[in-house]
Ligand binder design. Structure first.
Ligand code: CA
Length: 408
């Protein structure tokens, strides 16, 4: 029990404690590591000083040192934060370190290293296959043998709230004789879940499924903005490039993996037996697969348009990490890998407009009476998520939001 007065249904309860980096309007230049709890942000560095054990990992201005410190440090820090917020003896020194969340400006919480985006939803991959390659098999022959991914552009990963300028590029519809250049006419979202690597791995040595939690620190929300017209023309044969690299938004709170123990679920049944390094079944080495029951919601200008279920993802994040390193490629603190668009099997659970509107043929209705096939300038997209916590509580992820600005 925390000594804080928190409503029972809070999404930032004592069992969550996500990490972020904040500043306040009174001191805008000074970035501090914070932990969200209820309607407050705990200034973690100040708290460590207040209890008489200053911690350099918490006094840092980014999560970078904490990420690099590895699993034993993550456990120690989380236990200390929990103790400070639950044991009444700490209240007099910790309470002054709480800042109202409404007064906190949130920043990109860590230096993003390599960024990889996967394609792990069977429903999304099948829908996109039907839309991009009509007449052929929706899933490519490799899809159920490995989690498909590509290396993205980490330098354009931005924190929630950063405006997104509509990209210019080459667009060519199938019926056009030649491409034209100009602002994307088919700007879309991809609602995804991101995994933040903490402890790195050694070059040449793969990370097995069972070591997922030794390397992955936490989870955030991702919007992989996608210009479908640019993407459709450029993606063969090497995959996504300028249709996605203009901006990728992330939520400012990183929910620690430790907060998601109650959210673990079995992934969907695999109808193709994975190779041993990806085998997370009972017969494999990793006894407990890393399916996660995250419930996403996507809003356009405030209207709820979709509820993608992360539990429906075919490949788990542990399989993504195992595959990403099986060739000996190493991971480093701050690397980010995203799941790919989260789409469920039913209508209204698709994580991208191109699926929700079926290539624009069935526009979604918004609360103001307008409708959208793709995004218009001024539109604001917000993705939120919750997961089951211990004892019937809910774990919140906050939000990742962004507004579209006109092309320049
Ligand atoms: Ca994506």
């Amino acid at each position: 029990m925390t000594w804080l007065d928190l409503p029972a249904d809070t999404l930032f309860g004592i069992d969550n404690l996500p990490y972020g980096v904040f500043s306040t309007s009174g001191d805008p230049q000074r970035r501090r590591l914070g932990v969200a709890v209820g309607e407050w942000v705990l200034d973690a560095g100040a708290a460590s000083r207040a209890v008489g054990s200053p911690d350099p990992l918490l006094e840092a201005v980014t999560l970078d040192p904490l990420l690099a410190a590895g699993r034993p440090a993550w456990t120690r820090v989380r236990e200390a934060l929990t103790r400070w917020l639950t044991e009444p003896t700490f209240r007099p020194v910790i309470e002054p370190c709480l800042v109202p969340r409404a007064d906190a400006t949130l920043h990109l919480p860590f230096t993003v290293g390599d960024y990889v985006d996967f394609y792990a939803s069977e429903h999304h991959a099948s829908n996109l296959g039907r839309l991009f390659r009509p007449g052929s098999e929706p899933l490519t022959p490799n899809w159920k043998h490995l989690p498909i991914g590509y290396h993205g552009r980490s330098g354009t990963v931005v924190v929630s709230g950063t405006p997104v300028v509509r990209p210019n590029g080459q667009r060519k519809a199938p019926a056009d004789a030649a491409p034209t250049f100009g602002p994307s006419r088919r700007l879309d979202i991809e609602a995804e879940v991101g995994f933040v690597v903490g402890a790195g791995s050694e070059l040449g040595t793969p990370v097995p499924l069972a070591d997922f939690a030794e390397h992955v620190f936490g989870v955030c929300l991702v919007n992989d903005w996608s210009a479908r017209d640019i993407q459709a023309w450029e993606y063969v044969p090497l995959g996504p490039f300028l249709g996605k690299s203009f901006a990728t938004s992330v939520s400012p709170w990183v929910v620690p993996l430790d907060a998601l123990a109650s959210a673990r679920v079995a992934p969907p049944a695999r109808d193709v037996e994975p190779l041993p390094y990806l085998d997370d079944s009972d017969s494999g080495e990793a006894k407990e697969p890393w399916g996660l029951d995250l419930a996403l919601e996507v809003r356009v200008n405030g209207t709820l348009v979709s509820r993608p279920p992360f539990s429906a993802m075919y490949w788990t994040p542990a399989q993504m990490l195992a595959h990403m390193t099986v060739n000996g490629a190493s991971v480093h603190p701050g690397d980010l890998f995203a799941s790919g668009t989260v789409s469920g099997p039913e209508r209204g659970t698709e994580g991208a407009l191109i699926e929700l509107t079926w290539n624009g043929e069935r526009p979604v209705e918004l609360g103001d009476g307008s409708s959208r096939a793709f995004l218009e300038d001024g539109d604001e997209v917000t993705i939120t998520a919750t997961a089951p916590g211990p004892n019937g509580t809910r774990i919140g992820f906050g939000e990742v939001t962004g507004r579209i600005l006109p092309a320049r």
